[in-house]
Ligand binder design. Structure first.
Ligand code: GTP
Ligand code: MN
Ligand code: MN
Ligand code: MN
Ligand code: MN
Ligand code: MN
Length: 202
């Protein structure tokens, strides 16, 4: 297993750790940007209160709720819709980079659980509406939902430009790894986007 990664079972045995669950919600779409660039997929992320991009979700207390119940509760707070997420949507668990298992940090280690769930484009629109109106955290912990541009524009902006922003924790690699695994972008497209996002930040 990759460094810092642990199984769901191992993670749940870490009763002294803190736990957080986040989810990548996405759909297919037939719409085209400017009537010519296929958008292909809608992937939802959020602008957090700290100015960093991340996935919806949050801290869960496994002594009071299952990981998935906790995640669904966080989604209700942050999206205004209790999108049900199940064990089948689970992807992986790993220690937060700033809290490796060997760290002598004063606060207890944080284990990050990640989920991916495919929904319908119509549900994406409902979530965006609720997130900007009835969601309890709107304008507080969450400044807005954003869609990830997976295409490249003529001036090589788009996906590469999105990747050049700042992300919370390992949200950026959660995004990149998921897009590859689900074939939402090709390895070649990803390589080009990563290279040009590095140039933007240089
Ligand atoms: P509070 O209600 O203020 O506690 O926030 P929350 O429960 O919504 O927690 P939050 O979503 O901020 O997640 C808790 C911790 O998980 C954060 O402090 C980050 O370290 C980490 N985190 C947040 N978002 C992501 C994400 O998208 N991916 C990853 N890997 N980690 C994240
Ligand atoms: Mn226009
Ligand atoms: Mn929250
Ligand atoms: Mn959150
Ligand atoms: Mn919370
Ligand atoms: Mn909160």
């Amino acid at each position: 297993m990759a460094s810092g990664q642990l199984s769901r079972e191992e993670a749940l045995e870490c009763s002294s750790s803190r736990h957080a669950c986040h989810v990548m919600l996405y759909s297919d779409t037939a719409s085209q940007l400017f009537g010519r660039t296929p958008i292909r997929h809608i992937v939802l992320m959020q602008m957090r209160f700290d100015g960093l991009l991340g996935f919806p979700g949050g801290l869960v207390d496994p002594s009071e709720e299952t990981l998935e119940e906790g995640l669904t509760r966080e989604l209700l707070e942050e999206l205004g819709v209790a999108v049900p997420v199940s064990v089948e949507d689970y992807v992986e668990s790993r220690f937060a980079p700033s809290h490796p298992p060997t760290s002598s940090s004063s606060s207890s280690p944080l284990i990050l659980h990640f989920y991916v769930k495919k929904i319908e484009e119509e549900q994406i629109r409902e979530i965006e509406k609720a997130a900007a109106s009835t969601a309890a955290d709107h304008g507080l912990e969450v400044l807005g939902m954003v869609r990830v541009p997976l295409y490249s524009t003529k001036s090589h902006a788009g996906f590469s430009c999105f990747l050049s922003h700042s992300f919370i924790g390992n949200a950026r690699s959660q995004l990149v790894d998921s897009l590859l695994r689900l074939h939402l972008v090709s390895p070649g497209e990803l390589r080009r986007a990563l290279r040009s996002s590095q140039r933007m930040n240089a």
